[in-house]
Write a protein that binds this ligand. Structure first.
Ligand code: TYD
Length: 213
């Protein structure tokens, strides 16, 4: 049935709990095929090195355009080395952050020109768009509180930003939602984890596996 595999991305502001949800979705997806689970920025050695440069807390003077270009470079390498081969062998690829993170963080968050971000995303991906994006939505303060409480969270350069940036990021995601209601689907991440997982799974199942139920 699947000739080209499936690309599912997950997005959300800090503290939405994406990573925990993804861990629970993984075994459920495996019932339907081979799954590659990966993340951006990173996922392959060259992109992991770029990740270190981007997220280094000492790089306080990083220019916004430099930041965007580094995320885009990491995206390109990860796509070529990891995502495309998995898709062409028919796998389900679950990626933790993808094109929409650049729109939300560098576009809306940093205030870079949205059409530049769109164009660079297209350049990096040759126009590949996910089949589905799960957007884990959470109030910014609630999300940041969660991070402060729950994780032995490695603090990165973007975590050190003020709440204003994170508010703009969330508004960015909500604006992507408005423009892409088919692809980009909101999950209420303020709920307890088991409900977030079951909502997310229902969306995936309805969209892709309904016929095989
Ligand atoms: P990470 O620790 O992976 O964060 P999270 O667990 O929230 O996904 O760090 C990735 C950071 O990079 C995160 O703050 C979001 C940011 N980011 C961008 O600003 N633009 C992008 O294009 C991507 C992929 C991530």
């Amino acid at each position: 049935m699947m000739t080209r595999g499936l690309l599912i991305s997950v997005e959300g502001p800090e503290g939405a709990g994406k990573t925990s949800v993804v861990a629970e979705l993984l075994p459920k997806l495996r019932a339907y095929g081979d799954v590659t689970m990966t993340r951006e920025p990173g996922g392959v050695p060259i992109a992991e090195k770029i990740r270190e440069v981007i997220l280094d807390t000492e790089h306080t003077n990083m220019d916004d355009k430099t930041e965007l270009l580094l995320y885009i470079a990491a995206r390109r390498q990860h796509l070529k080395e990891r995502v495309l081969p998995a898709l062409s062998s028919g796998q389900i690829v679950l990626v933790d952050r993808f094109i929409d993170s650049s729109v939300a963080y560098q576009g809306f968050g940093r205030g870079l020109n949205p059409s530049d971000v769109d164009w660079l995303n297209q350049f990096a991906t040759d126009g590949l768009v996910p089949d589905l994006t799960l957007y884990f939505d959470i109030d910014v303060k609630l999300g940041l509180d969660r991070i402060a409480k729950t994780r032995g969270h490695e603090v990165n350069r973007l975590d050190l930003e003020g709440i204003d940036l994170h508010e703009r990021v969330r508004q960015g995601y909500l604006s992507i939602l408005e423009k892409n209601p088919e692809r980009f689907v909101l999950v209420d991440a303020s709920q307890p984890l088991d409900l977030v997982v079951s909502d997310a799974w229902t969306i995936i199942e309805d969209r892709f596996f309904k016929d095989s139920l």
